[in-house]
Design a protein around this ligand. Structure first.
Ligand SMILES: *[C@@H]1O[C@H](CO)[C@@H](O)[C@H](O)[C@H]1NC(C)=O
Ligand SMILES: *[C@@H]1O[C@H](CO)[C@@H](O)[C@H](O)[C@H]1NC(C)=O
Ligand SMILES: *[C@@H]1O[C@H](CO)[C@@H](O)[C@H](O)[C@H]1NC(C)=O
Length: 693
């Protein structure tokens, strides 16, 4: 007994638990949108009188609470869930508490009987009485291996086949996305993607025998953020064997039958995203030489993310971006007459619609679109694998914690740049600076003093940006200018004694680091810390004052690649701590309150989904990681296909709950992929391929 007790004491003292803390980061646009899955009868789009009066035929089939997207209608003959024919069955991705899972829903459908006119019965009543929800995977957010992104599920008999990011690829800048098959009855899971390879956008053939994916094969991601330049591979759904490359350059496959599939690619010649058809040989060898590929949709508009009706090669359903329209719409493409028919535009012309899918009998199309979340979350809690870290997404950017960790300064968004401070529970929100600004930091000694840099973000060395400090406790919000020259002076970070500020400045013609007096600014004193024809930026001073962490492209100046370095405030001890693959990005380092670790954003895990399947993200690879200050023990905190960045680490454990905020701002205001605004060349007259309504 005595012995055991001693042993226990020994054990606990040798591995002191990490203190409980909080990390807050930003995700571009994400807190302003939330998705739900909707469906429409295909017959509606095929009817010649289809117009906005048919809006009652659109049925929302997910719960309106979670973030629900990328659905699939399972074939009723293979579904293990017996359901009456009056229900719509759906398999889809749902994000709850920041973690994604695959759900099966069965929703009562009494709208199909109402084709003649709107019914007064409310949709809510429908859900209350008629929804069955079953999670298909056992997701334990406290289990490191299970915090992950899930994507593109298909239900095939007793198995669900899907993308998951739960396994570390083991190499920097290599995606963790791989395809798995889970037996829903037993929970047993098999990886179908070979080790060392990443696969996206799986689609299972109607017989269930084959799965097609978009993959680099062994090549690996080279930093693409628009089209991934993947190839299409096919393998046996059973075990991933007999894997062959069938198409060079293609993504988002979908099957009509076991030898015919469609996919998208950006055409090499005219630059329009278009849908193509691939036909596998009836017998014999399958590889790229033996597969017949033909273009299906014409140039003049972007057409992508195709969906097929199994064993029915008469139409496909696609997402489009037409020249002159800012909105992504779902359209049906009649393969015989080579004609588009509008599906979603008549109903919601000013909404983006994503990633269509068709029911096995070809009678319904599904897709997701934004459902205005009410209210918007100021802080969205994300379950994560580190029990001592409370993790939040903030509705803003460049957050930082007050010295005690109970207040947060942040910028409302990159465009307006309004600077707010708010208590950790969402109360006492106060606007403290108007006008373009970026980065925030609190003075560790002078209560209520917040530093920021005023001017545009992502700008050249000579752009007018200067550092100010604001007294947020002061009624008048008095502020002090600390730099004057406007040579892109930014990323102020105070020393723990409150005497100095480290910041980056473009005053030499290159962005390098400088240290100045925290109270008198550069007029007090200024000293150059780094020097070279490259960019050193995003600096953060360690809590013990010994180190400054920063991001730099000094290994390949101007090449777009950044790594995390550390240097002593006296200019000695420079060393690299985080390198993401070769030519990767690791940015925005911030020390943990105990100074033992850093949090940062990086492309260390590549991209997790085809970017075209999401709203716009400049850097869809951005995920939040933590590591020891020596760069060891890199751990991934976020798993999604969004752009996560500007993390900060505070000394208080904020209760892991969502914090809502009252807002009068419009919801669902987000951009479709900016690069779809670019028209292809050989732009045949877009109006000549206009769709019929
Ligand atoms: C599956 O759905 C189709 C079309 O709705 C129907 O004809 C068929 O009877 C259904 N099969 C089963 C096994 O429920
Ligand atoms: C720089 O600081 C370190 C740590 O305080 C110290 O050991 C070293 O001697 C200093 N070097 C110079 C050149 O001041
Ligand atoms: C496109 O077609 C319309 C109508 O046929 C015509 O008025 C217009 O000039 C054409 N534009 C181009 C660029 O060919």
């Amino acid at each position: 007994m005595m012995f055991l007790l001693l042993f226990f004491i020994n054990f606990s003292s040798s591995s002191s638990p990490a203190p409980k803390t909080s990390i807050v980061f930003t995700t571009l646009g994400r807190s302003r949108y939330q998705f739900d899955i909707y469906t429409l009868p295909i017959s509606a789009a095929q009817s010649s009188s289809y117009n906005s009066n048919h809006h009652h035929q659109e049925l929302k089939i997910t719960d309106g609470v979670s973030v629900n997207f990328n659905g699939h209608f399972p074939s009723n003959s293979t579904s293990i869930f017996a359901a009456p024919s009056s229900t719509i069955q759906l398999v889809y991705i749902t994000e709850r508490n920041g973690v994604s899972n695959i759900y099966f829903d069965s929703v009562k459908n009494n709208l199909d009987n109402s084709l003649s006119g709107p019914k007064s019965r409310s949709a809510l009543e429908l859900w209350d009485t008629g929804r069955v929800q079953i999670p298909l995977l056992r997701v334990d957010p406290r289990n490191q291996g299970r915090v992950s992104m899930k994507d593109r599920p298909s239900l095939v008999g007793e198995h669900v086949i899907y993308v998951s990011t739960h396994e570390n690829s083991g190499a920097g800048r290599a995606s963790w996305a791989a395809v798995y098959s889970t037996n829903i009855a037993t929970g047993s899971t098999r990886r179908l993607t070979p080790r060392g390879v990443s696969d996206f956008s799986p689609a299972v053939s109607p017989s269930g025998v084959f799965t097609a994916v978009a993959s680099y094969g062994g090549k690996g991601w080279d930093g693409d953020v628009e089209e991934l330049r993947t190839d299409i591979y096919v393998f046996l759904s059973r075990d991933g064997s007999e894997r062959v490359k069938v198409v060079e350059h293609g993504g988002w496959p979908c099957w009509v039958d076991d030898r015919t599939f469609y996919f998208h690619r950006k055409d090499d010649v005219d630059g329009w995203w278009s849908v193509y058809k691939g036909i596998l040989p009836r017998v014999g060898r399958v590889n790229t030489e033996f597969v017949v590929v033909e273009r299906v949709t014409p140039p003049g508009l972007h057409v992508f993310t195709p969906a097929t009706s199994p064993n029915n090669d008469e139409f496909i359903v696609v997402a489009t971006r037409r020249p002159g329209s800012d909105y992504r719409q779902i359209e049906l493409f009649d393969l015989k007459n080579k004609e588009f028919r509008q599906v979603t535009r008549p109903i919601s012309p000013r909404t983006h619609h994503f990633n269509p899918f068709v029911s096995p009998d070809g009678s319904r199309v599904g897709y997701h679109k934004c459902q205005g979340r009410d209210p918007i979350l100021l802080l969205e809690n994300l379950a994560n694998a580190e029990p001592e870290i409370s993790l939040f997404r903030i509705d803003g950017s460049f957050p930082s914690f007050s010295p005690t960790g109970d207040r947060i300064a942040y910028l409302e968004n990159l465009d307006s740049g309004f600077l707010y401070v708010v208590d950790h529970d969402g109360s006492n929100k106060k606007l403290v600076h108007k006008g373009a600004a970026f980065t925030t930091a609190w003075d560790p000694i002078r209560k209520g003093v917040v530093y920021t840099s005023v001017g545009p973000n992502f700008a050249s060395e000579r752009t007018k940006v200067d550092i100010i400090s604001i007294d947020v406790e002061d009624q008048e919000l008095s502020y002090k200018k600390l730099t004057y020259g406007g040579e892109n002076n930014a990323f102020p970070s105070p020393s723990p004694d409150g005497k100095w500020i480290v910041f980056r400045s473009g005053r030499s013609g290159h962005k390098n680091l400088y240290i100045m007096d925290a109270e008198k600014g550069e007029m007090g004193s200024i000293q150059r810390l780094t020097k070279g024809p490259w960019s050193d930026t995003m600096c953060n001073w360690s809590p013990d004052g010994e180190w400054i962490a920063f991001a730099s492209d000094r290994d390949n100046p101007g090449g777009g690649s950044f790594q995390v370095f550390m240097i002593r405030p006296n200019g000695t001890g420079l060393h690299k701590v985080i390198q993401s693959g070769s030519g990767g990005r690791a940015n925005h380092p911030w020390f943990s309150p105990d100074g033992k670790r850093i949090v940062f954003t990086s492309d260390y895990a590549g991209v997790s989904a085809e970017p075209i399947s999401n709203p716009h993200h400049y850097q869809p690879y951005g995920e939040i990681f933590i590591a020891n200050v020596d760069g060891s023990d890199i751990r991934r905190l976020t798993h999604n296909s969004y752009e996560d960045g500007t993390p900060t680490w505070g000394p208080m454990f904020i209760s892991p709950e969502n914090i809502a905020q009252p807002t009068i701002q419009p919801k669902c205001m987000f951009d479709d992929c900016h690069w779809l605004n670019i028209l292809g060349v050989n732009s045949v007259n877009a109006s000549s391929i206009g769709a019929q309504c």
